[in-house]
Structure formats: C-alpha cells, structure tokens
Write a protein that binds this ligand. Structure first.
Ligand code: PEP
Ligand code: MN
Length: 264
C-alpha cells in the first residue's frame, strides 16, 4: 500500500482532541422539529456533542422514506444554534457541498459512496471534517485508499467508521468486522469509530457491540437513537430508545477509563 497521507498521520481537529470518546448519536433521519428537539435535549443532558441527523437518505428501496431533504436544513440550523450541537450528516451529491459547509460540522460519506471518488476529491479540497464509512463490500485496503483520496487532496480531517461488512451470516444485517479497528489503528493515526446500529440492524445488539468496539480500541461510536424507536420512519429495528442509550454511554465511558484513554 502506498498511502502517503496515512503514513504522515492526520491532524485531528480541535474539537475532536477535546473529546474523550467521539460519540455521535441521533436518529437515522430527520423526521420533524419536535423529534429533533427531544433528541437534542437528551444529548445535551448526556454530554454528547455530536448529533447524527440524516438529511438525504440513500435507501435500498426507492419506496422507503428518503429523508426530508432541503426542508431539513432549517431544522438543522435551529437545533445546532439552540442546543450548541455539532451536526453529522451524510452527503450523497457533490452539488450539496456548498450547503453542507454552512449547516453540517462533519460530512458523512456512507457505505454506498465510499468509492465515489469524485465526491472524495471534492471533499479533499475543503477543510470540512469527513466521516468515511467503510463500504459493506470493501476491504480495509480499499477503505484506506478511499481515505487517502481525501487526505491527498489536502483535507486531513478524516474519521473512519466501521459499519459492518456483508457476509453469509443472515442473523445480523451485516457482520461487524471488529478486527478492522485494531488493524486500522496499527496502520494509521486516523481516528476510528464504529457504527453498531448499521452493523447489526438489531436494537438488542447495539449495546453489546458498542462495548466490544470501545474495548477493541475504537475512538468512538455512531449510534442510531430515536425518542420512540417503533415509530422511526427509517431503520426502526435498529433504533434504540433513550434509556438504553444512557446505559451504553455510561458503560463505554467506564471502559474507556479502564483503558486509560479518558482525558480528564
Ligand atoms: C447512515 O449512517 O445513515 C447510513 C446509511 O449508514 P451506511 O452508509 O453505513 O449504510
Ligand atoms: Mn440508518
């Protein structure tokens, strides 16, 4: 592998350096302002700075909820300012970069776009932090090469996110490749987080996989939470409620302390 940027190591952004664990939580998709206010209050109460908030949703079926799209930008702006939260949202179209610069703090590249090299190059020309998810059919080397596209165009603010890969095992939506965490951490200085929600597709597994991820050395998590999981308009089977989320945050913070990684 000839990965120049990765060998040099990425420069982490200021806000990342201040966090113990990079926990990003929120609904799969923005559905309404009341839904987002409930989630925002919960995040603030739990000292979580980063909120996931799907504006445009790349869904497997064209008949599934596609996200509120442009209508959601006003909700994002309101929540961000009122609750002082950092917003993480997936970009699916290069033309949206201009908008995202003003509303979104971390731009997410989803599994389906991990090798959309044109978007990677354009984001590489900006200074916006990028959360690069692993494609479900991609090797670690391909994932790191995708990351290298962003770095080599000049943007060093990259966070990698393992979100499971497709295997022959049908009991989970994907198979969480937990070993990718130490593999990538041994090869690079880029922060790595895990998304146990999309990895498993099952609310009951989000807790155990979160603990395993932090224990394996991950720098954080991206978790789907919803005020009323059974009513979520997208990915309701993997959404967890506030009680469960609170429990997970507490436990992963304890594990991080045991590992001696807390910064306080
Ligand atoms: C998401 O995080 O909203 C998402 C669609 O995940 P992935 O790209 O990993 O499927
Ligand atoms: Mn989702």
């Amino acid at each position: 592998m000839n990965l120049v940027g990765l060998h040099d190591g990425s420069v982490l952004s200021d806000f990342y350096n201040k966090e113990d664990l990079l926990i990003i939580a929120g609904p799969c998709a923005i559905e309404s302002l009341p839904q987002m206010e409930e989630v925002a209050k919960f995040l603030v109460e739990n000292n979580i700075t980063f909120m996931r908030a799907g504006i445009f949703k790349p869904r497997t079926s064209p008949y599934s909820f596609q996200g509120l799209g442009e209508e959601a930008f006003q909700i994002v702006k309101y929540i961000k300012e009122k609750y002082n939260l950092k917003i993480v949202s997936e970009i699916v179209n290069i033309k949206d970069i201009e908008f995202y610069k003003d509303y979104v703090d971390i731009v997410q590249i989803g599994a389906r776009n991990m090798q959309n090299f044109e978007i990677l190059k354009e984001l590489g020309k900006t200074k916006i932090p990028v959360l690069l998810k692993r494609g479900f059919g991609n090797t670690i080397e391909e994932w790191l090469n995708a990351c290298e596209y962003i770095l080599s165009y000049g943007n060093s603010q990259v966070i990698l996110c393992e979100r499971g890969i497709r295997t022959f095992e049908p009991s989970t939506r994907n198979t969480l490749d937990i070993s990718s965490v130490p593999v990538v951490k041994n090869l690079t200085k880029i922060p790595v987080i895990v998304d146990p929600s999309h990895a498993s597709g099952r609310a009951d597994l989000v807790g155990p996989l979160s603990l395993a991820s932090i224990a394996s050395g991950a720098d954080g998590l991206m978790i789907e939470i919803h005020p009323s999981p059974k009513d979520a308009l997208s990915d309701k089977d993997q959404a967890i409620g506030f009680d469960e989320a609170r429990n997970i945050f507490k436990k992963v913070r304890e594990i991080n302390k045991i590992l001696g990684k807390d910064k306080n």
